[in-house]
Design a protein around this ligand. Structure first.
Ligand SMILES: C[S@@+](CC[C@H](N)C(=O)[O-])C[C@H]1O[C@@H](n2cnc3c(N)ncnc32)[C@H](O)[C@@H]1O
Length: 449
């Protein structure tokens, strides 16, 4: 029998995806997307598959710590199929408590028996049943002797990140941040003002039985909870709304695009901010959407079409290499970054990034700002933003840029944004544990001469 034949159903496919994430550093969502597009699973199973893969990646080292303890340190040496089948089972035992534990164990045992034989299945069975018997006395690392290791395991984040955050925020705030990062992400949508308004969209959601609350930060945003299948809704396909986190929406509010202006979006794909910019400009004026990768720029094109924007030009180009002068009113640099503000949505990021990535990204971020400085007119505005909370990629980049460019200065973000997302330095900083949205950074720079 081909190995592929074993990876059936949501649990089997989850193991296949998790094996590949571990082996190849592939992005979880890309692998998941392939499976979600196939007809092999029904809607319910697709949701379950997403829950299992995200859940296991989110809690990986916590799950491993428990299994390793009950495996008497033989877990790490097991074949990836066995390890991931056990993680999938333990994730269900700990976090999806509606499913009877016996079913979680049986599925894992049967899968391992087929793929690795009876002896391996016996080990899986014995360990998982032992864990179930000891659910009220699971092992925990000692928080006193090694607080970093404690947080790192209990909240499943790499030690090097935890260490950085404890140094920056202290133990208790780091614990809150790590805990918020492990929440299931909330889906937030933005009403498309070209086609509807937030009250009408709310009514349309009511008619479809979709629950929501209004965003407390943005008038045109609704938070719809943990809804899956949002992209399949008729209203989405008809362009009535886009899915966008509030932190991303706030970046566009800070840019404050107006009808008739010329706005350049230097890192535009997949287009969440481009479309919001276009909606606020009421489809009047010009937007130039740039991205380094043609295939990603196509996503921006599709989104613009879906929401009904007709004033967007698309340029697939490395924005650090373009050498042209411009006279844009506004330039958005939504830079590639480490993504540590979006760990809720992309839990694999925390395991894939290394400290050296941050240093390499800073170079590109500064180069992008350099390009932006040439494209914006006197009196014009650059907004520099990221979806990370790492100062090296945020305010430190801005400081380096301003040292070299005295013709720019920071304009206080309070003029555009609610004050609780603005720091004393006048720039936006958001955090999952403080604002219940993605972590992010944005600063508004004016070219004063
Ligand atoms: C954070 S994402 C942008 C998200 C987008 N603004 C949105 O709101 O949907 C960063 C984007 O920058 C693009 N990018 C990376 N390096 C670039 C470069 N040198 N020039 C232009 N685009 C670049 C990536 O392809 C990626 O699409």
């Amino acid at each position: 029998m081909e190995l592929q034949e074993f990876y059936k159903g949501p649990r089997g496919i989850a193991v296949k995806i998790l094996n590949r994430v571990e082996r190849t550093d592939s992005y979880l969502d890309k692998l998941l997307d392939i499976e979600l597009k196939s007809d092999e699973l029904n809607e319910l199973d697709k949701r379950f598959l997403t829950e299992l893969t995200h859940g296991v990646v989110r809690w990986k080292t916590r799950l491993d710590f428990i299994i390793e303890y009950f495996c008497k340190n033989k877990f790490a040496m097991q074949d990836p199929n066995i390890r991931n089948a056990m993680r999938v089972a333990l994730y269900q035992i700990l976090f999806l408590t509606k499913i009877p534990h016996a079913a979680d164990v049986n599925e894992a045992v049967e899968f391992v028996k087929k793929i690795r034989g009876q002896k391996a299945a016996n080990l899986v069975n014995a360990v998982l049943r032992n864990i179930i018997r000891n659910l009220n006395k699971l092992p925990t690392p000692d928080s006193e002797s090694d607080p970093i290791q404690y947080l790192s395991i209990m909240y499943a984040h790499p030690t090097w990140i935890v260490k950085r955050w404890v140094e920056r925020y202290g133990f208790y705030e780091t614990e809150q941040l790590l805990s918020a990062n492990n929440e299931r992400p909330t889906v937030v949508v933005r009403a498309n003002s070209l086609k509807t308004n937030v009250d009408e969209l709310a009514k349309l959601f009511d008619e479809r039985g979709i629950k929501y609350v209004k965003s407390k930060y943005l008038d045109d945003f609704l938070k719809v909870g943990h809804l899956t299948g949002i992209y399949n809704l008729d209203l989405f396909n008809q362009g009535y709304f886009s899915v966008q986190d509030e932190s991303a929406g706030l970046v566009v509010k800070l840019l404050d695009p107006k009808p008739g202006e010329t706005v350049i979006d230097l890192c535009s794909a997949p287009g969440g901010k481009t479309t919001y910019i276009g909606e606020l400009m009421k489809n009047e004026g010009k937007i130039i959407a740039v991205d380094k990768y043609e295939h990603r720029l196509n996503l921006v094109k599709q989104s613009c079409e879906r929401v009904g924007l007709t004033n967007v030009e698309f340029i697939a180009e490395d924005a650090t290499a373009v050498n042209f002068n411009g006279s844009a009113d506004k330039v958005l640099v939504d830079a590639p970054c480490s993504g540590f503000g979006v760990i809720q949505k992309k839990p694999d990021i925390k395991w894939q990034r290394e400290l050296s990535d941050i240093k390499n990204l800073v170079k590109t971020q500064l180069e992008l700002l350099e390009t932006a400085s040439k494209l914006v007119k006197n009196g014009g505005v650059i907004v520099y933003s990221t979806c990370t909370i790492e100062p090296e990629e945020n305010i430190e980049v801005v400081k380096s840029f301003l040292d070299k460019h005295p013709e720019f200065e920071i304009e206080d973000a309070r003029k555009y944004l609610p004050s609780d997302v603005v720091t004393n330095g006048g720039y936006m900083e958001t955090f999952p544990h403080k604002h219940d949205m993605d972590g992010g950074f944005a600063v508004r720079l004016i070219k004063v001469k």
